[in-house]
Design a protein around this ligand. Structure first.
Ligand SMILES: [Zn+2]
Ligand SMILES: [Zn+2]
Length: 201
């Protein structure tokens, strides 16, 4: 989403945009994420307010993803909502423009001025420098998508039995009857002895 600063009126600006499934997939693959797939278009909504030389953006997104159960490899669909808030600070209007780290270092807390109705934690809103004319939300969307992705392997259900380690059968559907107990290595030598050898007379 690209917003020109003039579009943000006195009462703010509200914009909604579909996030194309392919674009979403590109965000994931560029970040080296292979365990999540996109299953459809997402949506990105943002509200912008001008506060002096800053712009506050409150954003919400919803994406549709799928991953594989870490035990049985069945697909697990996930609707992932996430939200974040960012203060865009015009680089041209700050004395610290030459030093972006200074501008980012001490975010001035403006939560009281804005009035926090929503669940946004504005005290933790990041500060981003921008050129004072246009705001591009793409990088921030991507960053927060990755931050919100569950990174631990998920299971399709707590009781998922997984796959048979011997034959690969999907054990949630059928018990194959394989002996999956690991063999105690101390018995290996005994197993080599043929018990059906005819006893010597
Ligand atoms: Zn499973
Ligand atoms: Zn089996």
């Amino acid at each position: 989403m690209i917003v020109a600063i003039e579009e943000i009126g006195k009462s703010g600006l509200s914009r909604t945009e579909a996030i194309d499934a392919q674009a979403l997939a590109a965000h994931l693959s560029e970040a080296g994420i292979t365990e999540w797939r996109t299953t459809g278009d997402g949506v990105f909504e943002a509200v912008f307010d001008r506060l002096g030389n800053k712009v506050l953006m409150k954003a919400r997104a919803l994406v549709h993803l799928s991953t594989d159960c870490k035990r049985c490899l069945a697909p697990i669909p996930l609707e992932l909502p996430f939200e974040f808030a960012v203060h865009f600070v015009s680089a041209a209007s700050t004395s610290s423009a030459a030093s972006p780290s200074a501008a980012r270092g001490e975010p001035r807390l403006m939560a009281d001025e804005i009035g926090t109705g929503a669940s946004f934690d504005l005290s933790s809103a990041d500060e981003e420098l921008f050129d004072g004319r246009t705001i591009d939300t793409e990088e921030l969307f991507r960053e927060h998508l990755l931050l919100n992705l569950p990174m631990m392997g998920l299971v399709c259900s707590e009781g998922c039995k997984g796959l048979c380690s011997v034959c690969g059968e999907q054990l949630n559907e059928r018990e194959c009857g394989c002996d999956r107990k690991p063999m105690d290595p101390r018995w290996e030598a005994l197993r080599a002895i043929k018990l059906d050898d005819p006893p010597k007379a």
